[in-house]
Design a protein around this ligand. Sequence first.
Ligand code: GUN
Length: 286
Amino acid sequence: MSAVLIDGKALSARKREEIKKKCEIFEQEYGRKICLAVVLVGNDPASEVYVRNKIRGCEATDIRSLSFTLPQTASQNDVEQLICALSADESVDGILVQLPLPKGLDEDRILNLIPTEKDVDGFHPVNVGKLLLGKETIVACTPMGVMTMLHDNDISVAGKNAVVIGRSNIVGKPMAMLLLRDHATVTICHSRTKNLKEICKNADILVAAIGKPEFVTADMVKDGAVVIDVGINRVNGKLKGDVDFDSVKEKASYITPVPGGVGPMTITTLLENTYLCGVRRERAKS
Ligand code: GUN
């Protein structure tokens, strides 16, 4: 049996149409466009591509984007001054600082400076804390995008064994919290996990967010499992996921491809988060 493909590109296109309509209504109501400020420090090639795609996503959904590129040599003070200016700018709804930052910059200090109501990435400790507490908040884009993909395919997670491989602050931890919020029984695995294969084999829903190409092989997957591949690894100029797609698709019931799976949904969720920040900021004024 071959798994059903969860098409992130198609879902993304549909969601972007919806977001565009909502942004147009926002502009009619409030007389201004939703606005996202994107900050890139340095010239990491992968980050440059991600930032360009985020700006393109804004263009496709009628979100005004402001792009700031600081040199690799920018000081902590240079970055902090920019964030403070964007924080004070009433027309800016969301601030995104592309990670990773060049070595020597204090990432925590910079992320903490972003006002929680403009934190489109959901990386601020207050927003992370709200997620942990099960409160309404802005949630990191990649795991939120995964939840949208599951919901769109009517894949219920309540009562299921969900295994997340990877414990990063950007993906693994918020992913686990979202699955828990929807009543899954959640296990987080990482580089020190013992019996990884056995734990994965028990997963009804398996999320791979490790950053190692084709790490998850068919022998680690239960028959009929839902397999979500968050990996984006460049191998000989090609994009490879964390899942060995060709063998795993024969065992899974649903699977996300790379490219065209989780990746497009991450950016679409950023656009949705930006819209949400704009609406909440306007409502907070009245
Ligand atoms: N670097 C890798 N993923 C992300 C993301 O989702 N947001 C930001 N700001 N940087 C990233």
